[in-house]
Design a protein around this ligand. Structure first.
Ligand SMILES: NC(=O)c1ccc[n+]([C@@H]2O[C@H](COP(=O)([O-])OP(=O)(O)OC[C@H]3O[C@@H](n4cnc5c(N)ncnc54)[C@H](OP(=O)(O)O)[C@@H]3O)[C@@H](O)[C@H]2O)c1
Length: 405
């Protein structure tokens, strides 16, 4: 538990009390957007109260001084980075905490009002789930938490009344489009840029280098999500995320390719109306919306230029070229342990690709193989999901050794 003098501080009262925001994963790409947003919001209304980094503590330190933010708590979650953290400059008054447990302590602390869940991968599950169980507002960037534990997170949301507000631009768009409608949507249309290999041949994808796969045409993102965008596994994870967030069956979810990344997603209603949310591609907008919802405030992003001519394209997605999409629909329909297997297998396979061990086009077959070999369970506990996660990572290593034998 977090044992700090702050536990004894009486809560502030009255309408001057600012909303305390915790950003877990503040050294990453969404973390950077979140700190920038917080540095622009009125400090009497929202303040960065806690932040975390895993290994890039120098990056976090620089960001805090550049934005002028002075969080009450800073977590260095990788235990091996503790001594490095102690030797670094931090804003005056900030207290350092260490280790993975401190992430959960901060996310569930009575003085934390809003969590921006911006840790990448399965590592974000425990803190996200704990914040939902504690009834916090959670701005969810960490889609993997829902892919792995969607059932647990959504059950916890129902019990605690936590607000789960998507930060993923597609899901934020859908969330914005359904505000004010009491009728369920007929379908959700997720848009996808198509990534760097949208027009590449199969052979070009087979030969793709790490640098080719990281070169996303419209978004600046972390390494893992950039590779996921290139395989379109990111869209597969988003199909699963949408299934849980909006409680819709996968048969009501569609994917369309929109290379310009301006139309962030669309919702079709039963009367035939289709609503979309548009904005230049900049994650600060959905981050800010998750923090200030239902209010809209000035945001430091560029605006759509209404004097320009636009030639926006919308094309059907092709699962034959991007077989990750088929996996996404299958896993969204299966539920249970399937999401944990897909997510872990993908994280392991992406790492093998980044390490130069497998080809780009082997990432999806590695995931397919793990899914085919696993013993499916419909109602897993958190403990079981974590075991399945470990099994799937080991299974990808076995698959890799087998294909090289
Ligand atoms: N980037 C985008 O535009 C975007 C858009 C939509 C959704 N998302 C989602 O947002 C999440 C973050 O993506 P990102 O692009 O910001 O990733 P990123 O740039 O790689 O940042 C990831 C963050 O997670 C931290 N982290 C990594 N491993 C950790 C662990 N084991 N325990 C605790 N913290 C750990 C990192 O710390 P260190 O760097 O200090 O090691 C960093 O702060 C992902 O789930 C992604 O799918 C991102």
């Amino acid at each position: 538990m977090l044992t700090s003098p702050v536990d004894d501080e009486p809560p502030l009262t009255g309408k001057m009390q600012p909303t305390n925001v915790v950003v877990l994963g503040a050294s990453g790409s969404i973390g950077e957007a979140s700190l920038d947003v917080l540095s622009h919001l009125p400090p009497k209304r929202w303040q960065a109260w806690g932040v975390s980094a895993h290994r890039q503590l120098g990056e976090l330190s620089q960001r805090l001084f550049a934005t002028g933010l002075r969080p009450r708590f800073i977590v260095a979650s990788d235990p091996d980075s503790a001594s490095m953290a102690q030797g670094m400059p931090w804003p005056k008054g900030s207290e350092l905490l260490f280790g993975g447990d401190a992430l959960v302590d901060l996310a569930t602390h009575p003085q934390c009002d809003t969590l921006i869940a911006a840790i990448v991968g399965r590592a974000g599950l425990e803190s996200t789930l704990a914040a939902v169980q504690a009834g916090k507002r959670v701005g969810l960037a960490n889609k993997e938490a829902l892919v792995v534990g969607g059932c647990l997170v959504c059950e916890a949301r129902q019990v605690s009344g936590a607000e789960l507000i998507p930060v993923d631009s597609e899901h934020s768009a859908i969330f914005q489009c359904i505000q004010g409608s009491s009728s369920p949507p007929r379908s959700l249309i997720l848009t996808a840029s198509g990534g760097p290999f949208r027009t590449s041949t199969g052979e070009q994808m087979r030969q793709a280098s790490v640098a080719d796969a990281l070169a996303h045409p419209t978004w600046q993102m972390g390494r893992k999500i950039s590779i996921d965008s290139a395989t379109m596994m990111n869209k597969a994870l988003e199909i699963i995320e949408a299934r849980w967030l909006f409680d819709v069956p996968p048969s009501k979810i569609q994917v369309m390719i929109h290379p310009q990344s301006v139309i962030h997603s669309m919702v079709e209603f039963v009367d035939g109306s289709v609503l979309a949310q548009l904005s230049p591609p900049d994650m600060r907008l959905p981050v800010q919306y998750a923090i200030t919802y239902p209010e809209r405030l000035e945001c430091p992003v560029s605006r759509l230029d209404t004097l320009s001519r636009y030639d926006w394209e919308m094309l059907p997605a092709d699962p034959e070229r991007f077989p990750a999409l088929t996996l996404g629909f299958e896993v969204a329909a299966a539920g249970g342990t399937a999401g944990a297997v897909l997510n872990a297998a993908n994280e392991a396979a992406v790492q093998l690709f980044l390490d130069g061990e497998i080809r780009f086009t082997e990432i999806v077959p590695a995931c397919r193989s793990a899914l085919e070999n696993h013993h499916f369970e419909q109602h897993p506990t958190l403990q079981r999901l974590l075991e399945v996660d470990r099994w799937a990572r080991a299974e990808v290593q076995r698959w890799h050794s087998g294909t090289r034998a």
